[in-house]
Design a protein around this ligand. Structure first.
Ligand code: TXD
Length: 308
């Protein structure tokens, strides 16, 4: 049985954690691609030399040549600039748009049959850009955002209640920005709705912290943005695709009529398997939730209109 081949486009902070986790969990052989000479090769050599300590036999290599991603089963894209303090994700748009267009051409040429997870920000515009320039079918192009935002909500709820993070489930939908929609009614601790466990004031504070969690890390780090939790979020999606696990995860999916949205990538629950986005799940929303969701969709639409 041959191992999957995973190509990482972008070998920076997130790309480095992705390479390590994918290789050391033996999810696949890893090729790190980056435009900086020596960066992917150096990171790959460091991790490969450490593999005996992780008892992992996956191959890890680095390259500045797209030809080396040939035949990848899965491509994870983190290429692009990260935020600095005071920057919004949308501020990255023009620079990362050019990068994502280049990346789409390279992936289309060398890994035309791959499933693709886009991570780069502004996420909703970047995954849309990759889809448009690659021409890949919508099921094979998905954006990572909701898994991260949901993980943050889960962590904040667990800390407040003093319970295991394992028992908290959450769904954060919509765009990956300040307008994201944590669906509190669907957040539970072992199936118990958090509305039965926390006062509304606490829930409101947790929702607000979730929406600002990315910026909170940027403000503390000052030189970049969160990278471990985003990497682990992409790994959750990658594993479901590579092992055909049919996980139900909040991901940026191309909507064509679902949720009343047509032609945009928006964070919604979906089933992720070997076929990529195998099904978009439409959850019931009340009037308030629907209003927030529609506002978030409008923000995504405005962003995408800027690039169209
Ligand atoms: O939830 C989410 N989706 C977000 C995504 C969570 C956190 C970070 N988010 C975004 O991911 C962030 O705003 C950035 O747009 C990407 C990557 O973040 P990372 O922290 O990994 O940024 P780095 O460390 O700067 O790495 C980016 C790498 C760097 O090594 C560059 O040399 C490389 O991208 N790069 C390129 N690679 C390939 N091709 C091109 N053209 C290119 N340009 C830069």
């Amino acid at each position: 049985m041959t191992r999957n081949k995973v190509a990482l486009i972008g070998g920076g902070n997130i790309g480095g954690v992705l390479a390590e986790q994918i290789a050391f969990r033996e999810l696949g052989d890893v090729v790190i691609f980056d435009v900086v000479d020596g960066l992917p090769q150096g990171k790959a050599l460091d991790m490969a030399a450490g593999a005996p300590l992780a008892a992992a036999d996956a191959k890890i290599s680095g390259s500045n040549d797209y030809a080396d991603i040939a035949g990848a089963d899965l491509v994870i894209i983190t290429a692009g600039l990260a935020r600095k303090p005071g920057m919004s994700r949308d501020d990255l748009l023009s620079t990362n748009l050019k990068i994502m267009t280049q990346v789409a051409e390279g992936v289309r040429e060398h890994a035309p049959d791959a499933n693709v997870i886009v991570v780069s920000n502004p996420l909703d515009a970047m995954v849309y850009t990759f889809k448009r320039h690659s021409g890949f079918p919508k099921n094979r192009v998905v954006g990572m955002a909701g898994v991260l935002d949901s993980a943050r909500l889960r962590a904040f709820v667990a800390w407040e209640l003093g319970v295991s993070v394992q028992d908290v489930t959450a769904l954060v939908l919509g765009g990956h920005g300040d307008t994201m929609v944590p669906l509190v009614r669907y957040c539970t601790v072992a199936g118990i709705p958090i509305g039965q466990l926390l006062p509304q004031s606490k829930i409101d504070a947790i929702v607000k912290r979730t929406q600002g969690a990315g910026g909170e890390v940027v403000g503390l780090l000052k030189t970049g943005s969160a990278f471990v939790s985003p990497a682990f979020s992409a790994i959750e999606m990658a594993e479901s695709i590579l092992r055909d696990k049919k996980r139900v995860l909040a991901c940026a999916c191309m909507l064509e009529g679902e949720y009343g949205v047509d032609g945009l990538y928006v964070g919604v629950p979906c089933i992720l398997g070997a076929g990529g986005v195998e099904k978009v799940i439409e959850v019931e929303m009340n009037a308030d939730e629907r209003m927030l969701f529609d506002a978030s969709v409008q923000h995504v639409r405005t962003l995408v209109e800027q690039i169209s």
